[in-house]
Design a protein around this ligand. Structure first.
Ligand SMILES: *Cc1c(COP(=O)(O)O)cnc(C)c1O
Length: 536
């Protein structure tokens, strides 16, 4: 299995390259050369597998044994998910007939990004260790992971990378603009390789600085900058596991044996609160591999570029009168985006699948299967390239009718307002029909998915909806408290995990950066690295 770029450069990359480089040099994202299909006996063989065993089977389809031997991969997976607090890692909970919640927040930072970043941290360390084998101390390759965060990604990255050998991590956050719990989560990690830069400025300033430093060739070369942002292929791969795992949990809860489950007695829909399109994209790959998913439902907040795309075929940024990209601040900040960075991967597949490879008589234009794939891939890459150019220069890209129709075979979309989010949190905390529905405290992101599940049509008694719960409600306490303020019996302390108790008072590890200035940040990074090195 090799990887290619979505922008059409014909070069192929190994899995390790794709993970360590992150972004292809033509600006494209890495995608697998071919989507693997499941082994014929997957249903029976995998149905009783644990989360970790499933991850091992799935990852093995994407990672050649020659790059990571199976026994090593198994160690990496076990290490990554040993930090999760639930024995099933991502448990599925039924709250009503045909409606389930898939809890993805049992990792160290209480949000779904841990599923990917716990694995990515170990993977980085493993791949570097391998590269550095037989290399003298002092000449070993180290990487400096650099990122900007408004909350969730930063803390998940820090918990994924803390204490890892040959990895230093610098996370920039806008000073005073991250929720207190999230700030405390990031800055109370005291490992020497973790550096929190608290920048006097906005999240956009932080992001701009990160971009500038990545494109600063001498600086980048000297410090081997690495990224853990949501476009890293390993993150998508790691997220496919819970689609399979929840499918088997569903069958078991319905008492349906894996051999008698068909796509006619189970119409399975996943509802996914979506921002950068990484979480749901993993579901798309699971479906393409052969997991019988009827539909993937994209649930957006008011930042609805994806919802507008699936309704019109136009992927369009919007601006205010001062020509600034509009990002609405919502109750679900982890989904407040201008564009969805992983969407480009879906665009590539839409382009590829709609290229006519037969002439008017139905005869293949290029006879050889491999040549045909080569021709189509290159063409798809140039189509994506054009689209991304249009997005950059005209702020909009438009797919044709057949491409939009193709996307709607797999996806549907819904947009949910802040008011609906609050109403949903309150209705699920205190359901009217307590005989048939179990009360549940949703976080605002998860509530968007659950609200979207209520807006669906063509439901039958065989339709099962699994809503992905992406964060623990205590993490977004303001929105939850506000939504439940009329319930006198609701006590926030009762849902507060013990890890959060006293967190705000703990010792902090922060470096203040007084100006949002890339040169100043470079100086701070160099100084911090020097201190880190002298302490190790
Ligand atoms: C990142 C995040 C999302 C959005 O996931 P994407 O992969 O960016 O679509 C949703 N909810 C929470 C809590 C998140 O942290």
């Amino acid at each position: 299995m090799k990887y290619r770029s979505t922008r059409g450069s014909p070069k192929l990359f190994s899995f390790s390259e794709a993970v360590l480089i992150g972004l292809a040099d033509d600006g494209g994202l890495f995608i697998p050369q071919k989507i693997p299909t499941l082994p014929l006996n997957w249903r029976t063989k995998w149905s009783k597998y644990s989360f970790n065993s499933l991850a091992l089977e799935i990852f093995s389809l994407f990672i050649p044994e020659s790059e990571i031997p199976r026994t090593d991969l198994e160690v990496l997976i076990n290490k990554s998910y040993s930090t999760f607090k639930h024995e099933r890692v991502t448990p599925l909970k039924k709250i009503r007939e045909n409606l389930y919640i898939l809890e993805l927040f049992h990792g160290p930072t209480f949000a779904f990004k841990d599923v990917a970043l716990q694995f990515l941290g170990n993977l980085f360390e493993y791949l570097l260790e391998k590269k550095n084998k037989n290399i003298l101390e002092g000449e070993k390759q180290k990487i400096t992971v650099l990122g900007a965060t408004s909350g969730d990604t930063g803390s998940a990255a820090i918990y994924g990378l803390r204490g890892k050998k040959n990895v230093s991590v610098f996370i920039l956050h806008p000073r005073g603009k991250v929720s207190p719990i999230q700030e405390a989560q990031m800055t109370t990690v005291l490992d020497k390789n973790v550096h929190n830069l608290s920048v006097e400025g906005t999240f956009d300033d932080c992001q701009d600085i990160v971009k500038i430093l990545f494109s600063d060739v001498p600086f980048n070369k000297k410090y081997h900058l690495g990224a853990v942002n949501s476009i890293n292929w390993a993150r998508i791969l790691a997220q496919t596991t819970y689609y399979f795992h929840s499918y088997f949990q569903l069958l078991s809860s319905l008492n349906i044996s894996p051999t008698s489950a068909t796509s006619s007695n189970i119409h399975l829909r996943y509802v996914v609160p979506t921002g950068n399109f990484g979480d749901i994209l993993a579901g798309y790959y699971a479906k393409r591999m052969g997991l019988p998913i009827e539909k993937l439902i994209v649930a957006t907040n008011q930042n609805d570029i994806l919802d507008r795309f699936f309704k019109t075929g136009r992927y369009e940024k919007i601006f205010d009168k001062n020509n600034i990209n509009i990002v609405h601040e919502t109750l679900s900040p982890a989904m407040d985006i201008v564009v969805s960075s992983n969407f480009e991967r879906l665009l590539w597949h839409l382009a590829y699948e709609t290229i006519d490879d037969v002439d008017d008589n139905g005869v293949k234009i290029v006879k050889d299967e491999e040549d045909n794939d080569h021709m189509k891939s290159n063409l798809a890459g140039s189509i994506v390239n054009n689209w991304m150019n249009n997005l950059k220069t005209k702020n909009c890209l438009v797919v044709n009718k057949s491409q939009l129709e193709l996307s709607l075979r797999d996806f549907k979309s819904t947009r949910i307002s802040d008011q609906e989010t609050k109403d949903t949190i309150s209705r699920y905390y205190s359901p009217k029909d307590t005989k048939n529905q179990i009360p549940y405290v949703l976080d605002p992101h998860s509530a968007i998915g659950v609200a979207a599940s209520e807006n669906q049509d063509n439901m039958s008694e065989n339709t099962y909806q699994i809503c992905l719960a992406t964060a623990h409600p205590a993490k977004f306490s303001m929105a939850v408290k506000e939504s439940l303020k009329d319930f006198k019996d609701f006590k926030f302390e009762e849902i507060l995990p013990k890890e959060f108790v006293g967190l705000l008072e703990k010792e902090r590890n922060i470096v203040h950066v007084e100006r949002a200035d890339p040169e100043l940040v470079k100086k701070v990074i160099e100084k911090e690295l020097e201190i880190e090195l002298s302490n190790s």
